[in-house]
Design a protein around this ligand. Structure first.
Ligand code: 4NP
Length: 161
């Protein structure tokens, strides 16, 4: 079982969109969705308990993915035990995650786009920008999700061989 936690700032835009994209691609890859646990959270607590931003919900829906049922939560100490990899939306999130790491925690922390192998760098925060920012987030996080699933499918077929 691989446990992945996607982390951004508010947990209402980038990380729920990435969670939705990854869940959808895992489901489509038959059999992988019960080998991978996916969750998301934010480093901030302003939006705890809230659904994703309406623009994020609308954008994901336009790509056939329903994220309306997700609720924001903030990063906690237990996440460093409960997950194998904390996948951060941007460098600032990664710095905050590392600063909150409990001593001795084995969890890996990485940039989402680095770990996925889709070119690295940040997924820019779309919160204060135009609607087009959400479409650009979608393409980044969905490409990352596709790359992660493709790598796992490669591993799964090697396991079977
Ligand atoms: P996210 O976007 O980190 O992609 O969820 C943000 C949402 C809310 C805030 C910042 C970023 N905020 O400051 O409330």
């Amino acid at each position: 079982m691989m446990r992945l936690l996607i982390v951004c700032l508010g947990n209402i835009c980038r990380s729920p969109m990435a969670e939705g994209a990854l869940r959808a691609r895992l489901r489509a890859a038959r059999g992988l969705d019960d080998r991978v646990v996916v969750d998301s959270c934010g480093t901030g607590d302003w939006h705890v308990g809230e659904p994703p931003d309406p623009r994020a919900i609308r954008n994901a829906a336009s790509h056939g993915v329903d994220i309306a049922g997700l609720r924001a939560r903030s990063l906690c100490d237990a996440d460093f035990d409960a997950f194998d990899v904390l996948l951060c939306a941007d460098a600032s999130t990664l710095r905050i995650v590392e600063s909150r790491r409990p001593p001795g925690s084995p969890a890996q922390a990485a940039l989402l786009l680095d770990w996925a192998g889709t070119g690295g760098g940040d997924v820019p925060d779309p919160y204060t920008g135009a609607a087009a920012g959400f479409e650009s987030v979608w393409w980044q996080v969905d490409a990352a999700a596709a790359a992660i699933v493709a790598r796992m499918e490669g591993g799964a077929s090697r396991d079977r061989a």
